[in-house]
Design a protein around this ligand. Structure first.
Ligand SMILES: [Mg+2]
Length: 170
């Protein structure tokens, strides 16, 4: 069994610079993601989202707010099987927070037969690439975060403009 692991902000929805998506109204999907997941669904047994959400740890939003946001996300993108999130502050050094691999291990624990080595991590940041690399996955960088690919090329297996371009390459 293989899974597609997706970062959320900057991959599925538009980044809010220096801010967080704090309520469903602030969640704006990137173009082409619904079509992309329809294609990905044919190639992977599972589609998971793995997202750091320290806005909760900072008190800017609640777990309930995040549930509402993710209800909107999964109703727009029904091929998402599960969303894992880390609410803890970066300073808490949580094993759940990317680039640590707690969320990948949690997914594997909950889905017997899931092979991380055959799975793929798609993200827009070097923390996503390090998470994928440490978990033994293939890594895919999307978006225009060129410093990640140039500064740490060993972390990035493939690069695409966006999730749809990756999905069309499968
Ligand atoms: Mg991101």
């Amino acid at each position: 069994m293989k899974a597609l692991f997706l970062d959320r902000d900057g991959v599925l929805n538009v980044l809010r610079p220096n801010d967080y998506v704090k309520n469903p109204d602030e969640l704006v999907l990137m173009p082409g993601v619904a079509e992309a997941l329809t294609l990905c669904h044919k190639h992977f047994d599972y589609i998971f989202v793995v997202t750091n959400q320290q806005g909760i740890g900072k008190g800017l939003m609640t777990e309930r707010d995040l549930e509402d946001i993710h209800a909107k996300l999964t109703s727009a993108l029904p091929f998402i099987d599960k969303i894992y999130h880390c609410p803890h502050l970066k300073s808490a050094h949580s094993f759940l927070r990317k680039p640590s691999i707690g969320m990948a291990l949690q997914a594997r624990r909950e889905h017997p037969g899931l092979r991380l080595k055959e799975s793929v991590m798609v993200g827009d940041a070097s923390t996503d690439m390090l998470f994928g690399r440490r978990a033994g996955m293939t890594t895919v960088l999307v978006g225009d975060n060129s410093d990640c690919a140039t500064a740490q090329p060993w972390l990035v297996d493939y690069r695409y403009n966006d999730l749809l371009a990756f999905a069309e390459s499968l």
